[in-house]
Design a binder for this molecule. Structure first.
Ligand SMILES: [Zn+2]
Length: 228
């Protein structure tokens, strides 16, 4: 091979090498772009999830409350206090919501350790009973609106839906003060400023209760007349 042929061969080899290197770099660049897009896509599809709420389990025999992890759930003989606000079902029930009952039993057991007695004096009410109580209140207070500050119509009250409880009414409100201050640990909140006895499961256990409404009129849907 003469010198000029050798030079040409070296030149061609170098040129090929440069082309291969450029192609390689482009491929890496394309791959990393793909990876970046894929990661962005995953981030879009699955945003970081909040930590699951710890699960409170109440033992019906020992009356003890235990914190479980969500994965292993509650053991036999225990029932969960739930991890969300309790909202009623579409179909009217025939008894108190079971998870609300468990929340109350857990709070009752804890209060009893401090010598405080809590009893449900009114929980689930039939729709007929709620209608009767509302009619009585209309007679007592003189108008639908005034009555609804104390006893809601049956369509709106949470008692016929099994998601409201009256505690120790019409007894001493002192014990209820403990529940008002500590009920949030069990997912129970006092709802109305004018009803020290009325509690609802409006939060997950451990959350803070929302500010109270001044009375039950605040629970009426804004587009609904109290005449319903
Ligand atoms: Zn009530």
């Amino acid at each position: 091979m003469n010198k000029s042929k050798l030079d040409l061969s070296i030149l061609i080899s170098t040129y090929c090498l440069v082309l291969i290197t450029i192609a390689g770099l482009m491929n890496i660049s394309t791959s990393s772009t793909h990876v970046r897009r894929y990661v962005q896509k995953i981030e879009k599809v699955a945003p970081p999830q909040p930590e699951p709420m710890p699960l409170l389990c109440f033992n019906l025999t020992t009356k003890e409350l235990r914190t479980s992890d969500v994965v292993s759930m509650c053991a036999d003989g225990e029932e969960s206090l739930g991890t969300t606000e309790i909202v009623h079902l579409e179909v009217p029930p025939t008894s108190l919501n079971r998870t609300l009952e468990i929340r109350f039993l857990a709070a009752q057991a804890e209060a009893l350790k401090l010598g405080i007695s809590l009893q449900i004096t009114s929980g689930f009410r039939s729709r007929d009973l709620q209608a009767q109580l509302h009619a009585n209140a209309v007679r007592k207070y003189g108008s639908e609106e005034e009555a609804s500050k104390w006893v809601l119509p049956r369509e709106v009250s949470h008692h016929p839906w099994g998601t409201a409880i009256d505690i120790n009414y019409p007894g001493d409100p002192v014990a209820d003060k403990w529940l008002e201050e500590n009920g949030n640990l069990f997912g129970l909140c006092r709802v109305y400023e004018n009803e020290w006895w009325h509690f609802e499961p409006t939060i997950a256990p451990g959350e803070s209760c929302p500010p109270m409404l001044s009375n039950a009129l605040g629970s009426l849907p804004s587009d609904e007349s109290v005449n319903n």
